[in-house]
Design a protein around this ligand. Structure first.
Ligand code: DLZ
Length: 296
């Protein structure tokens, strides 16, 4: 059974290796397992889909690496920022081509992060190839402001949820100074803090993180109902998306599993939902958060 294809790209020097690793890391590729031995080292970058394609009729010198993306303009911004940080202005401008339409109903631009090594980034102009288009939020957090309201109760778990949420936000392009963490004693206090911050309209979304353990919480159902109702109500009445990352578990072990040990990290998932909802609100025409900094 064929499982995958690895296209090995030898770097012609350690400096070029480091530049390419930095470039692909900046683009948000999932990093595979790096390796190193006495003579060489490698850093895989993994994409959800890949194929080996033979083409007849390509021009010599054309790039042989085509990276399909879903938000070409956002990718271009990331690429331009990376070039600006690593090259002078004139050189950076020379290394990136204009975005152009192709005859195969796509848009493409190419870039040389290091001289002579070029990559093409492209997206379908009709991603669904004629099927009805659904409106959906994107997963880029650039230019978005977030508040994370996190309960200290069961901190061993909520700290992991917080780590997961931050990991998602930063990897999706959020700036550290635009993510504000608000700690509250327990899940009970989450709705009130979430509402207070949402009412200021200084953030684009609120991410709520907590853990309620059935076995150890008297009146568990009542508390849970009130917490979820309060978060939902705050979302509806303020118009600011609230991601629900309050775990309800039977045991501590189950909660640990959901906080990154076995079945994903619900903090990461909540942050991802928040990003998507902010993007969707923007597409639907909701007013952006005011451009005022939230106090630390
Ligand atoms: C009191 C309490 C209990 C028993 N269990 C939990 C829990 O499992 N998870 C949680 O986040 N908080 C718990 N709390 C604390 C309440 O949420 C609240 O902070 C206190 O009752 C003070 O208002």
């Amino acid at each position: 059974m064929i499982k995958g294809i690895t296209l090995v790209r030898p770097a012609s020097s350690p400096v070029i290796y480091d530049a390419l690793v930095s470039f692909f890391s900046a683009l948000g590729f999932e990093e595979g397992r790096s390796w190193e031995d006495d003579k060489s080292r490698g850093r895989p970058f993994v994409a959800p889909l890949g194929n080996l394609e033979f083409v007849d009729g390509m021009q010599r010198g054309e790039t042989d690496t085509f990276i399909e993306v879903t938000q070409l303009d956002s990718v271009r911004q990331v690429v331009e920022r990376w070039l600006a940080a690593h090259l002078n202005k004139a050189e950076a401008a020379k290394r990136i081509s204009p975005t152009a339409e192709t005859q195969w109903r796509s848009r493409v631009f190419s870039v040389e992060p290091v001289a002579g090594v070029s990559y093409a980034f492209w997206e379908w102009m009709e991603p669904l190839h004629g099927k009805p288009m659904a409106l959906a939020g994107d997963l880029s957090a650039e230019g978005m402001k977030f508040a994370i309201v996190v309960a200290r109760w069961n901190a061993v778990i909520t700290d992991r949820l917080l780590e997961g949420a931050l990991d998602c936000l930063y990897r999706s392009g959020a700036r550290k100074d635009e993510v504000h963490i608000i700690r509250v004693p327990g899940a009970w206090e989450i709705p009130s803090a979430a509402r207070k911050i949402a009412e200021t309209k200084l953030v684009d979304a609120v991410i709520t993180l907590g853990v309620l353990l059935r076995g150890e919480t008297a009146h568990y159902e009542a508390i849970y109902n009130e917490v979820s109702r309060g978060i939902g109500q705050s979302q509806q009445e303020t118009g600011i998306p609230h991601a629900f990352g309050v775990l309800t578990c039977e045991t501590l072990e189950q909660a640990l599993d959901r906080a990154g040990l076995k079945s994903g990290n619900k903090g990461f998932e909540a942050a991802s939902a928040a990003i998507e909802m902010v993007s969707l609100h923007r597409k639907l025409g909701a007013p952006p958060a005011e451009k005022v900094e939230v106090g630390q």
